[in-house]
Design a protein around this ligand. Structure first.
Ligand code: ASP
Length: 335
């Protein structure tokens, strides 16, 4: 029988109501999970449970929490066949992306899940999400970091939170689903991450200064330029469509030159969830390319941001970081 570790980090799934709104409630959730008859069924994997304290609303999670979760997995790697991480939906796509880089070479299922309605409410989607995630982790057919939510198993570093209302909270706009859970769980093996034979080495992230900028009509590059000091290591710029940006006031090129001079890595992503950046497609994107901006291709902003954290934590050479930013490291971009 396979054995998995459930890691509770917080999020709606284990929250209860307070006068200020829903809040993580470790004791409530612990009692509930240890008494859930379904989790003792013969068809379920054997499981242990651990909490990452303090339990948090995921909007409060960041580098320190990502490192803590990854460390638990790295330290318990030999003991378990798979891992289920209970997590808030707000930043689940960021954590999933971060873990995909940190846990490169792990070759085990790491399934993040949570719920839109807490398990303390009768209509909660948490039970199904938890049970299916445990089965997928126990089966260990898919050996990568994924999000399971609302009947879909998605590659973690391809996901983005799409809905704060519906039960299908996540989408993977540029990559197919890894599995769908209907009457049975149907795996799409062709989409699984290919094993590169890379050895697993846990590499925690440093707290790297990174920015994300969303372009809009009327964007004032002159104001943004003041951000591009040598303190900033990387910026993800969410441009229009396939990498287009307005440049009617002549500020763009000097700004990019300043970024280059200060060794700021400038990555171009798209505001369209379903897109792949091609700075050659339109004249309006060509200036970015000429000035040395990197193409994020079809990466989500979540993947681009966490990849910058990863690369600046493991690689001292900026020109190598730039090269790797445009390279597929663990299924986060299509070449
Ligand atoms: N605010 C919650 C969180 O991200 C939302 C959720 O879990 O759905 O922790």
């Amino acid at each position: 029988m396979s054995k998995i570790l459930i890691i509770h980090t917080g999020g709606t799934i284990g929250m209860t109501k307070t006068a200020d709104g829903y809040k993580p409630d470790g004791e409530y959730f612990r009692n509930l999970i240890f008494h859930m008859e379904d989790l003792k069924a013969e068809t379920m994997p054997d499981w242990d449970f651990v909490e990452v304290l303090p339990l948090l609303d995921s909007s409060r999670m960041g580098v320190r929490e990502w490192n803590n979760v990854a460390r638990i997995i790295a330290e318990n790697n030999e003991k378990y066949d798979g891992f289920v991480i209970l997590h808030g939906t707000d930043t689940m796509a960021y954590t999933a992306s971060a873990l995909s880089f940190m846990l490169k070479g792990l070759r085990k299922p790491v399934i993040l899940t949570g719920s839109q309605i807490p398990v303390c409410e009768v209509r909660s989607d948490g039970r199904e999400n938890l049970i299916a995630s445990m089965l997928i982790a126990g089966e260990a057919r898919v050996k990568e970091v994924c999000i399971y939510f609302g009947g879909m198993l998605l590659r973690g570093n391809r996901t983005t939170k799409y809905s704060a209302l519906g039960m299908r909270a996540f989408k993977s706009p540029n990559y197919p689903e890894l599995a769908t859970a209907g009457i049975s769980i149907q795996y799409n093996e062709a989409a699984f991450l290919k094993d590169t034979g890379e050895a697993f080495v846990f590499r925690p992230f440093n707290d790297v200064p990174i920015g994300v900028v969303k372009i809009f009509p009327g964007f004032r590059f002159d104001l943004f330029e003041s951000m591009l000091t040598e303190k900033l290591k990387g910026v993800v710029v969410e441009t229009f469509g396939s990498g287009n940006i307005p440049d009617d006031n002549g500020f763009l090129i000097p700004m990019l030159e300043k970024a280059e001079k200060n060794d700021v890595v400038f990555v171009v992503c798209s505001q369209c969830p379903q897109a792949s950046v091609d700075m050659n497609a339109y004249e309006a994107g060509s200036a970015l390319k000429k000035a040395g901006a990197l193409s994020g291709r079809d990466m989500t902003s979540e993947a681009a941001v966490t990849k910058l954290y990863y690369l600046f934590s493991v690689c001292p050479d900026v020109s190598r970081i730039k090269e790797l930013m445009e390279t597929d490291l663990c299924g986060e971009l299509s070449l």
